[in-house]
Design a protein around this ligand. Structure first.
Ligand SMILES: Cc1cc2nc3c(=O)[nH]c(=O)nc-3n(C[C@H](O)[C@H](O)[C@H](O)COP(=O)(O)OP(=O)(O)OC[C@H]3O[C@@H](n4cnc5c(N)ncnc54)[C@H](O)[C@@H]3O)c2cc1C
Length: 489
């Protein structure tokens, strides 16, 4: 029998706890993360030159951040860790890799400026999430950042996105980032939430599944109010305006329009799972209507319908950081059970019960802060939907009408929306929703845009250099052979 080779993509809360479980069961996993250090999105560590106390960086999460960083440091002798390394392709299937292997990934080592290949028998995809962004007229102006981008600037670089900042969108992160900015000295001119007060009040009792977190959320709002920050609920974003950069944001609220002068906007409507690698692995996806997002099909244990492929953490559907640790640990146990390691069934049951509690909590959060996809229907034709390729809503309408593009993939092929640098990570959900809207169909009937490698851009010159410690990649057909004129079938 081939010795198991366990690969974990991501060293955030889910990836770290998956690695820990695998090591405890007696196996030595490989952990790959494109970040400089472990921690993922929430427990991101700044560069050494910008180091600050955990309390300043992570607030109420300082203890959890410290514990995760310390536990990962303790794991280092028992794992093979590749930081600053992007997994940009994943291939599974018989005959695709060495004997007994399930598949392999292509990696790009940023420090070495080189690529390589890592084989695996079992892969845990703990790739996390990114902001869910909806287009608003003017959202491509300099000075508009996603909430996550605004937070990275603060946590990673210790700088603000502007002096007078408007926060626009919905979800707990909206209030948290606004508060972090207010505490860091920014003038927060407004927190504008697309979700209404009554909707939030109705769903509130569901938060009792995690009362501590409900109280924390309430304290964010209370602290913002004490600082005199205006909070508007039930808004419809009208436009962001300015000449060379953001100067003003205008909202529709209670039948009128309100404008706020500002020099930056933090924009975000919740989170979406990073699913590209799961898609390349052939894991089927399902439409999660509550999160208006396509997520990989997987059990609570992280197992997917593809043998040897597991998903964990927010990459498997948004449940938050505490659940990500539990889901990582549970997926690690599933790997152990499948790879012949030592897994404790009682521990698996305990983890699943805890994950269930976070599922209930998240249902209430999703009900309180729904992604306002209906906004897409009211957009002006000139609003940019795919910013990498500069495709507007009007372009999509024309393409849908002229070509009969009948699903999300065809709309992508004919319009190029989703083919740019971000590979659809920011626009695909919206293009899919718009495809459904333009065809008068349900989003689930439109399908999803298929992921393509490289899932994030890498320098083409680096494809010619072999990264240290990885298997040779250059004898592999990394890119398709160029088709010469006249050779095409
Ligand atoms: C922008 C943003 C801000 C957030 N802020 C907060 C907050 O303030 N408070 C809070 O409670 N929750 C916050 N969350 C949610 C929280 O970050 C997540 O719930 C939690 O981090 C999930 O853990 P995870 O391990 O699943 O994913 P992550 O923590 O996101 O970790 C995923 C890891 O995978 C790596 N990775 C992904 N793809 C690849 C690849 N192809 N190759 C190599 N490495 C890869 C990433 O570098 C990352 O380190 C935020 C989420 C986002 C997206």
């Amino acid at each position: 029998m081939t010795a198991p080779r366990v690969l974990i993509v991501g060293a955030g809360p889910a990836g770290v706890r998956a690695a820990e479980a695998v090591v405890r069961g007696g196996l030595r996993p490989v952990v790959v993360d494109e970040g400089d250090a472990c921690g993922g999105q929430i427990y991101r560590q700044p560069p050494a030159a910008k180091a600050r106390p955990a309390e300043t960086l992570y607030g109420a999460d300082a203890a959890a951040a410290r514990a995760l960083h310390a536990d990962f440091a303790a794991l280092l002798p028992a794992i093979d860790y590749y930081p600053r390394t992007l997994v940009w392709n994943l291939v599974t299937g018989a005959g695709q890799s060495g004997p007994g292997q399930t598949g392999f990934v292509h990696v790009h080592d940023r420090a070495a400026g080189a690529v390589g290949r890592l084989d695996f028998t079992h892969v845990v995809l703990a790739t996390g999430a990114t902001d869910r962004v909806l287009p608003v007229p003017g959202w491509t102006l300099p000075g508009v950042f996603t909430l996550g981008g605004a937070q990275v600037a603060l946590k990673g670089q210790g700088c603000l996105i502007g002096r007078r900042v408007a926060f626009l969108g919905t979800g707990p992160l909206l209030y948290l980032v606004a508060l972090q900015y207010a505490k860091a000295g920014a003038d927060v001119v407004v927190v504008a939430d697309t979700s209404g007060t009554w909707r939030q009040a109705r769903a509130f009792p569901g938060l009792r599944a995690a009362p501590g977190y409900a109280l924390r959320g309430m304290s964010f709002v209370a602290q913002l109010m004490l600082k005199g920050v205006p909070i508007l609920r039930g808004v419809v974003p009208a436009r962001i305006e300015g000449t060379d950069g953001v100067e003003r944001v205008t909202l529709r609220h209670r039948g009128g329009e309100k404008s706020f002068a500002c020099d930056a906007v933090g924009l975000g409507f919740g989170l979406r799972s990073e699913t590209q690698l799961a898609d390349l692995a052939g894991v089927p996806r399902r439409y999660d209507a509550a999160q208006a997002n396509w997520v990989p099909r997987a059990g609570c244990d992280g197992r997917t319908p593809r043998s040897g492929v597991y998903v964990a953490g927010d990459g498997a559907g948004i449940l938050g950081a505490q659940a990500a640790e539990l889901r990582g640990a549970r997926a690690g146990l599933a790997v152990l059970a499948d790879a012949g390691g030592r897994a404790d069934p009682a521990e698996a049951g305990r983890l699943e019960a805890e994950i269930g509690r976070w599922v209930r909590f998240r249902r209430a959060i999703d009900a309180m802060y729904p992604v306002p996809v209906q906004m897409l229907r009211g957009l002006a034709a000139e609003t940019v939907v795919c910013r990498c390729e500069h495709i507007t809503l009007g372009d999509l309408r024309r393409v849908a009408a002229n070509t009969g593009a009948e699903d999300a993939n065809r709309l992508k092929s004919f319009s190029r929306a989703g083919m740019g640098r971000c590979q659809g990570r920011f626009c695909a959900d919206n293009v899919q929703e718009l495809a459904a809207f333009l065809h008068g169909a349900a989003p689930a009937a439109m399908g999803t845009q298929r992921a393509q490698m490289p899932i994030k851009p890498i320098p083409i010159g680096d494809l010619l250099r072999q990264a240290p410690r990885t298997e040779p990649v250059l004898d592999e057909p990394v890119l398709d052979e160029p088709v010469l004129a006249g050779e095409a079938e």
